[in-house]
Design a protein around this ligand. Sequence first.
Ligand SMILES: *Cc1c(COP(=O)(O)O)cnc(C)c1O
Length: 361
Amino acid sequence: MPHPLLDLPPLTAGRFASIERGVAELLSTRQDVVITQGEALLPLEACIRSGARPGSTALNVVTGPYGTTFGNWLRDCGASVVDLEVPFDTAVTAERVAGTLAAHPEIDFVSLVHAEAATGNTNPVAEIGEAVREHGALFMLDAVASVGAEPLLVDAWGVDLCVIGAQKAMGGPAGVSAVSVSDRAWARFAGNPAAPRRSYLSLLDWKERWIDAGRAALPHAPAQLEMLALEACLDRIAEEGLPSVTARHAAAAAATRAGAVALGLAPYVGRAAEAAPVATTLRAEEASLVVAKALAADPAAPLAAGGGALAREMIRVNHYGPAASLPVVRASLTALAAALGAPPEAALAAAESAWEAGGAR
Ligand SMILES: *Cc1c(COP(=O)(O)O)cnc(C)c1O
């Protein structure tokens, strides 16, 4: 029996290249885009292993759990690592980044997470990018949790390596990701004898075999279902318009925050301007118990307890992709109200007026 997911015509090189162009447009970049056929940790690790080497020094900005992962990879590669860690309930400032760069002139690589879904904060990449560019280091950005949810201007912000994944605000599957690579980054990789070659982690192999070969033939069979899903994500975003997609995420964050405050829950990220549009984190005692009760009331609500040690003190309300909508925010608040034994009306009213204000913050 023919099956719509299984009996597909082969994905052509031309179609693959057009999906790449769609990603470049989404990122406002003229750089090369490499689509990596795996979850976003694949291009993140590939960037670090290609850019870092013994003798290099990296500034690793840690504003959540992913920063710790990057620091470990950087050390694995033999780089000296300067960790700049800020409390996970705030954002890092451009001044602190600039100060650290000034104190360590040898820094030649900077890794930063744009928005952290795990902790609910977002960092001022435009200003940080300026400081990094002035210093001259290569700038890697993990934009998995920001792409589609908030402005992301790769070329204007001087980002050399911008990693995205389809699974958050793009509303797609976790099995496909991408990275934009600047000419400076390609040059750095090419000059790094430790950069992966003849490897699934090799961005240079991909450049040689696909980009420099004129994108005529794919080196391997493409992950077809994931590519088609990525294409569908790009089409859906183009149809709605990127500005309305990001505005919808901002409104969802503002509505969730206002509703949670009306329920007596304190936002984990104190300043609204530092709160990520992709997910709202809240402080609560026995957070995992509250989440369990809320999910018993509504198993479909996009709620989770914080990861690891944060499970005791943090509730995470996800509102990304199709869940960045007023009905889903209402459902999350209603479930939390049920868990807390509180009436939901005031929270729902607060959420609605914040939603209507359009997430202005
Ligand atoms: C979600 C996310 C990723 C992808 O990681 P998963 O473990 O697959 O969720 C990477 N970086 C950031 C900042 C993320 O929020």
